[in-house]
Design a protein around this ligand. Structure first.
Ligand SMILES: Nc1nc2c(c(=O)[nH]1)N[C@H]1C(S)=C(S)[C@@H](COP(=O)(O)O)O[C@H]1N2
Ligand SMILES: [Mo]
Length: 329
């Protein structure tokens, strides 16, 4: 067992919730920013090895005021961390609908059409509703700086923009039979060449228990670094769950259903022995093919120790009381 002081588990300096309206991300501004951002995207992926180099100072238009100082002598155990650069976040991605090559996603996704876009919310709800993306971009957007830990063993620190999923779910009013939430990514093989690979059970599906979905840390993200999401990071809207392995944070969502039974995710369907429903970050439970004890923070030279619940245990551990977390995922 890793020994961590409670003070180290509370990621006060990382989990920053600024309940502030980001004026630059109103619906109209966001749509036009998105268009210009898309057309500016460079097809050149960062060369492999670039992640080992020192992160360049980034413009951090909104974030610089709340950037936590990196503690002196930052070691493998501390939570203090610099934000991953915007460049790295936008050029090292996991998005199988485009390609399995992380440094190639940005290029393949460059012309992905994210407007017009609708998110259909239904299932066991009183008010099923189709949200236009402009309505969702018009919600107050908060900035949340979260650590992200991919199940493959790499991690980042990302300043997201978004709003709690709970806000959207409250609008549609889940019925009493609703126990889980099921999310679905767009299925469009013409735009997403990876979907022509029939080895994968498209579309990408993920699921949460309703209490996980309603938790304040659970974000529907529309941007990062003060800018609308680019296609490679899940534009125009994606989930962000900082205490779970990255694959739970489903991108480019078109459907959300409240359901009675636990949804089967794409990864559970494909490799049930390797990926489970909860997928809470847990350094003590190894993946069948590799250890989960440490992680490679993009932009850093040495590995860090991975923390239970990715360091968010104080906020979320109560959701799993009585469950055997040593059980596979
Ligand atoms: N639809 C969809 N969502 C997805 C994925 C994907 O392949 N398709 N990859 C997941 C995985 S494994 C990770 S680690 C994160 C990566 O997010 P990022 O590229 O913004 O860092 O997205 C998740 N969401
Ligand atoms: Mo991942």
């Amino acid at each position: 067992m890793t020994k961590i002081k409670p003070s180290e588990i509370t990621p006060q300096h990382i989990y920053v919730s600024r309940r502030k309206f980001i004026a630059g991300v109103s619906a109209v501004a966001a749509s036009s920013l998105l268009l210009s951002a898309c057309s500016k995207t460079s097809p050149s992926p960062i060369p492999s090895g670039a992640e080992g180099t020192a992160p360049a100072p980034s413009p951090a238009p909104l974030g610089s005021q709340i950037l936590a100082p990196t503690p002196a002598g930052a070691g493998i155990d501390d939570l203090g961390a610099k934000w991953t650069t915007e460049k790295a976040i936008n050029s090292y991605n996991n998005f199988y609908e485009f390609t399995v090559a992380k440094e190639g996603v940005a290029g393949f996704a460059q012309r992905f059409k994210t407007s017009p876009w609708e998110v259909e919310v239904g299932g066991l709800v009183r008010n099923p509703r189709t949200f236009d993306i402009d309505d969702l971009l018009n919600y107050d957007q908060e900035e949340r700086v979260y650590r992200m830990r991919c199940v493959e063993g790499w991690s980042m620190v990302i300043p997201w923009l978004g709003f709690p999923l709970a806000k959207l779910l409250q609008e549609v009013e889940p019925l009493s039979g609703a126990q889980y939430v099921r999310f679905e990514t767009l299925y469009d093989p013409e735009q997403m060449p990876g979907q022509e690979n029939s080895r994968y059970p498209w579309p990408y599906v993920e699921g949460l228990r309703l209490d996980e979905a309603m938790h304040d840390l659970t974000l529907l993200s529309t941007g990062l670094y003060g800018q609308p999401l680019l296609p490679q990071t899940g534009a125009p809207i994606r989930l962000v769950l900082p205490w779970k392995y990255g694959f739970k944070s489903i991108k480019s969502i078109v459907r959300i259903d409240l359901v009675e039974e636990a949804p089967v995710s794409l990864w559970m369907d494909l490799a049930p022995r390797e990926y489970g429903f909860f997928a809470n970050v847990n350094p003590d439970v190894d993946h069948p093919r590799w250890s989960q004890a440490t992680e490679r923070r993009i932009g850093e030279g040495t590995r860090r120790r991975t923390l239970p619940f990715n360091g968010y245990g104080e906020q979320v551990a109560h959701l799993y009381q009585g469950m055997d977390l040593s059980q596979w995922y």
